[in-house]
Design a protein around this ligand. Sequence first.
Ligand code: GLU
Length: 296
Amino acid sequence: MRVRTLAAVLLAGALALTACGKEGSPTDTAAPAGLFEVAKDVKVDGSPTFEKIKTRGSLIVGVKEDQPGLGYKDPTTNKYSGFDIDIARLISAKLGFDPEKIQFKTIQSAAREQALINGDVDYYVGTYTINAGRKEKVSFAGPYFVAGQDLLVKKDNTDITGKDTLKGKKVCSVTGSTPAKRIKDEKLTEEGNVLEFQGYSQCVTKLLNGEVDAVTTDDAILKGYAAAEDGKLKVVGKTFSSEPYGIGLPKDDKALRDKVNDVLQASLDDGTWQKIYDGTLGKSGSTAEKPKIDRY
Ligand code: GLU
């Protein structure tokens, strides 16, 4: 008991110190100390995006901020964390920029292509499935992870056991996402039973208060919500798609795509990718297969 009390006091002190240290900095984007070595004298010949970044002296990276474990912004500390965030930081370090030079910008699923086309972000890391339709507008490095569409329900739900049990059920997803499209294309529930919002956290709120029966998107995202809601929700666990996650890039910047693919490949080979996974998504105990980079 005394040991636990002491530990609690020490922890509280450490938290207080951390909080003090952050005062005055609106956004803490620092990576875990020493995780990524910042490359020197980086050149990406023929990359207009890299030229722009160099001139600006900082990076603007599109992310999600409401997906715990992947892309999450702590509302009290403004600190970003998650697998996607660390992948974004790794890329910035290998482009020669300290992680503190990243400005994260929240872009919801439906707005990703346009943000890249407009040049509002230099690259995008946020559960972004590589597919043919999107490749007409943007380009992708990766995949750096492969997820699968699944369902999130209340813990005590027994009648939703997979994609073919959704008829007559209210299902929530996000506008412009591949899971929302699949649920409609495959008519897994009636048209009027599909609810769409800008972010998955809005769907989770509706699920918790009983306004919808299920939330559908990638299993990796749903597992994060289930963990955050501490026993109130469960992931059904029968995936019904393959969602290869890519780094979204401006369409015509092949030089930058090749460079980012090199960075990802090196991280898969030297253990960095595994370290990032273990420190974020892997904390729940689930393992993941290393993805195979698809150069095109
Ligand atoms: N991976 C899917 C997609 O890119 C769902 C997750 C998301 O909306 O970001 O559409």
